[in-house]
Design a protein around this ligand. Structure first.
Ligand code: G6P
Length: 647
């Protein structure tokens, strides 16, 4: 988490840094800070000018830092900035980045975690260094300053010297990080580095802007150079010197940022989250247009098949098992995906919390496809779990165990895109609200596509889903954009009217079964994330084994009940809750069966396998309106960040 920016060129750095940070605020907003270096006077011929470093930091959101900048200024054409999601040390100003060395002449911003910081800190303290923060990052400026002192030996300050010092410090740092360093002695250079955390350089006209993510670069340039793992770069207005971890000079051609999807605009909506909920019919329409070819026939040859996904045929061949690694909302999409892959395509599929998988992976299975799901493509737990799987499988000689990795993401240009050989891009456009909505729908659709593609290739024999049923499902998917449009508009109004009922609510139970159980989990997660109400998602049949003890008239129960395999069972489970005086909210089709609900959030009757794509809408809008009614910061909920780049 956290976002970093760094800029060098001929324009004032601070406004560029603040704008970059504004675009990265989704990564954390506990505090923000910047440091600039201003050239004071030209040095003697051949030597760089001496400079002065200004460091501004403020607790809380970026606006506080902006006010500080307006009061104090921060001159200079070279600088670094940071927006923080607290890991080590409370979200107070003294823990805000940039962190300085003892002389106050060297400043560092960092995104990641330096896992061995305690040892390094003790070592530095034993040498007399005084620490001013509780952060892991503060060891870095002290280490670089110590190294500079050791190697300078009368040499004039130069970019090469700073680079050398940073290169010598990096091997001491364990963990994952992206960092940027400026030095008061160098108004015309800065150094950046990354290891297992993202960092991209944007190339402008005689200026460079580095950032943790593309939205911060989109308004500056379309030409980017993503740093590879372990790389270090020295930036001056004249160019970039790039080195790998072994210190060898690297040459790479920059790439182009595509489309306008990286520009975030709230339009007339009150919050990004609401805008993004309303964009879902478009997300679905785009997906249908891209992946459900007109005239496709089940079992057809490539080009005439029901689903067209941009994946090599080799991805499907001989797959006997699938394992899916994900976190948070992406994990809920994965659970729907697993249901589809098993029930539609007949492939045994397991879903893992990425953070658990890494330290307790299941025994290796043969012919296994591993899918990483992450909307941001930067979630450290997911990336680390995928890298671990890649590595342990690469060590096995038997080709049956060879790694086969596929990523599902909204950011194909992300670290995930560079880690795995195959990517399904959900193409939902940038999502700013921290609570994922349209990217969740996009992930679900990716799984529908994948499960249909597998089912089609397997002829449906294992599950009884023959070509006719696959065709029916595809037809239902084609109808989805229109249904979503009506549903979003209808439930926006209904949920806004309902929200006041939850003014004093402290607990909510979400129930679902089968393919809608993950939607109950997602409903509960959305509510927790943005309204801070305790919520639990439960498989409806399990409620009687514990959670039913929580129920009384003060605990609303949201029950997803759609016609299909478990309809009657879910209705019975809802009756059990009603018998305990719970206020029942049904996400279900209108009809005599669903009259038991105190409040109905109606969804159209569709094939049960398709239903999660619709039942999720009232979940999102209910959470949104409850949080908005409570006057909470829907787009930037407390303690969260959109992209969690620490393990
Ligand atoms: C964070 C966000 C969640 C998100 C999760 C996984 O915790 O707050 O909303 O679901 O990360 O993110 P990913 O980018 O991997 O989908």
């Amino acid at each position: 988490m956290c976002g970093i920016v760094a800029v060098i060129g001929s324009r004032e750095a601070a406004p560029l840094l603040l704008e970059g940070l504004r675009q990265l605020e989704y990564r954390g907003y506990d505090s923000a800070g910047l440091a600039t270096v201003e050239a004071l006077a030209a040095g003697p011929a051949g030597s760089p000018a001496e400079g002065r470093l200004t460091c501004l930091r403020a607790e809380g959101k970026l606006i506080n830092l902006t006010h500080r900048y307006e009061q104090h200024g921060a001159p200079g054409q070279c600088g670094i900035g940071h927006t923080r999601w607290a890991t080590h040390g409370k979200p107070e100003e003294r823990n805000a980045h940039p962190h300085l060395d003892g002389s106050g002449r060297l400043a560092v911003v960092q995104n990641g975690i330096i896992e061995n910081f305690r040892t390094l800190r003790e070592e530095l303290q034993a040498e007399g260094v005084v620490f001013r923060s509780d952060t892991d990052t503060e060891v870095i400026p002290h280490l670089v300053a110590r190294q500079l002192e050791r190697i300078q030996q009368g040499r004039p300050a130069s970019g090469a010297l700073l680079l050398e010092a940073v290169q010598q410090v990096l091997p001491l740092l364990h963990g994952a990080y992206a960092l940027a360093v400026v030095w008061a002695a160098l108004p015309g250079a800065l150094v950046v580095a990354r290891k297992a955390a993202p960092l991209l350089i944007g190339l402008g006209e005689g200026e460079f802007l580095c950032a943790s993510d593309t939205p911060a670069l989109a308004g500056f340039t379309r030409t980017i150079l993503p740093l590879e793992d372990g790389e270090v770069a020295l930036l001056t207005p004249l160019g970039i010197e790039l080195y790998n971890a072994a210190g060898e000079r690297q040459q790479r051609t920059p790439s182009l940022l595509s489309g306008t999807e990286h520009v975030a605009d709230k339009r007339s909506f009150r919050h990004f989250m609401l805008k993004e909920i309303h964009e879902q019919p478009e997300t679905a329409a785009l997906w249908v247009a891209r992946h459900l070819p007109e005239g496709g026939t089940a079992g057809g040859q490539a080009g005439a098949s029901l689903v067209a996904l941009p994946l090599d045929e080799g991805v499907y061949e001989g797959v006997e098992r699938i394992q899916i690694l994900a976190c948070g909302t992406s994990r809920h999409a994965a659970q729907v995906g697993a249901y589809l892959l098993e029930q539609l395509a007949g492939i045994p599929t397991s879903v893992f919390y990425a953070s658990e998988f890494r330290y307790a992976p299941p025994p290796l299975s043969a012919h296994t496809l591993t899918i990483g799901v992450t909307q941001s493509g930067e979630t450290a737990d997911t990336l680390a779990a995928l890298a671990m799987e890649q590595e342990r499988r690469s060590l096995v000689a038997d080709p049956a165990f060879a790694p086969r990795l596929l990523g599902i993401t909204n950011r194909p240009e992300s670290s995930l895109g560079r880690l795995v050989p195959h990517i399904l891009d959900i193409g939902a456009g940038i999502e700013v609200g921290v609570a994922a909505t349209k990217t969740f729908l996009g992930q679900l659709l990716a799984f529908y596509g994948l499960a249909l593609a597998f089912a089609e290739r397997r002829g449906g024999g294992a599950t009884g889903h023959g070509p006719e049923q696959l065709r029916r499902l595809v037809a239902a998917l084609r109808a989805l954009p229109e249904q979503l449009k009506a549903l979003v508009e209808d439930h926006d109004r209904r949920c806004a009217e309902l929200a006041h009922l939850f003014a004093d609510t402290q607990d909510v139970i979400f129930l679902g079964r089968g393919i809608n159980y993950p939607i109950a989990l997602e409903g509960a997660l959305k509510l927790k994330e943005i309204s801070y109400i305790h919520a639990e998602g439960y498989p409806a049949g399990e409620m009687k084994h514990g959670p039913i003890a929580l129920l009384d008239a003060r605990v609303p129960v949201v029950s997803i009940a759609v016609p299909g395999l478990v309809f009657d069972k879910v209705l019975s489970n809802a009756q059990e809750a009603k018998a305990r005086d719970a206020q029942l909210i049904g996400v279900a089709p209108e009809g005599p069966d669903t009259e038991l609900f105190d409040t109905l959030l109606p969804v159209p009757e569709v094939d049960e396998l398709i239903s999660p794509l619709l039942t999720v809408i009232p979940m999102q809008l209910l959470s949104y309106h409850i949080a908005a009614h409570r006057g909470l910061d829907v787009d930037q909920p407390r303690n969260l960040a959109k992209s969690v780049t620490v393990e």
